[in-house]
Design a protein around this ligand. Sequence first.
Ligand code: T3D
Length: 262
Amino acid sequence: KYETILFSYREGIAYITLNRPERLNSFTSQMHEELRDVISLLESRVDLRGVILTGAGRGFCAGQDLSERKPLQPGEVRDLGESLEKNYKPLVMRLRALPVPVVCFVNGVAAGAGFSLVLACDIIYAVQSAKFIQAFAKIGLIPDAGSTHFLPRLIGTQRAMAASMLAQPISAEQAQAWGMIWKCIPDESLQDEIAQIHQTLLNGATKALAATKQAIYASSENTLEQQLDLETELQREMGATKDYREGSVAFIEKRSPVFQGA
Ligand code: T3D
């Protein structure tokens, strides 16, 4: 069904692989369309328990496919805001709003909006050979698709500023040391790590994970008091879930819980 991405759905875990390896999986209009379609499907699945995102070939994603944009003639301008409004903003917003963990496995270079896409995910793994480049400055643009929001929050204003203005690559090891990603993993462990996360998401207390996602993202806008109130509201909801009942009983019975994501 899709030409620019691979999609599969197994046991409530959705796999999305960006699949234009000859162009380092850069975004085209068609890829955006296909991603929109997949995300609509995921939004409609009540049995969804997680999303795993990665790239095919040697790169993760090199941002906007620049060959999709015709060279501008003198005096000609392009409304890039249109592209962001139509494609990138909804992509980032919808991934952030999915009520499940979205786990990114960065298999190679992530540049431009490809870097932003990584940062829009909830948990980020990267292979040791991967690198991250805020490539925008090299073509006279500003970091977009959420990078100016995510990056200073994750690594601090100074690092975000320099990475964005100098467009120098950040290695996966550096990214882990700065707290920009969860883990830098050996290249050869990628498939094993994906298999482990599959199992973890499948066995997870999905509702609690959704509420955790909601609370952690809300914290950047909230005061301590608002955040304590939000935790109270969400924890009250968790107290009514089957998974909490199972988790607390399993603890007392000294066994592993069997969560249903309900
Ligand atoms: O227009 C709008 O909608 C506004 C929104 C913009 C959002 C953005 O993302 S703007 C930023 C766009 N991205 C970039 O500027 C990054 C461009 N790519 C690179 O700088 C380099 O490719 C990398 C540093 C990512 C990787 O370098 P390297 O040496 O490992 O690979 P390469 O040889 O440069 O790339 C391999 C092929 O992919 C190559 O094609 P070829 O020569 O084998 O035929 C290259 O042209 C192609 N490729 C890589 N990135 C893009 C691309 N083709 C089109 N668009 C790309 N972004």
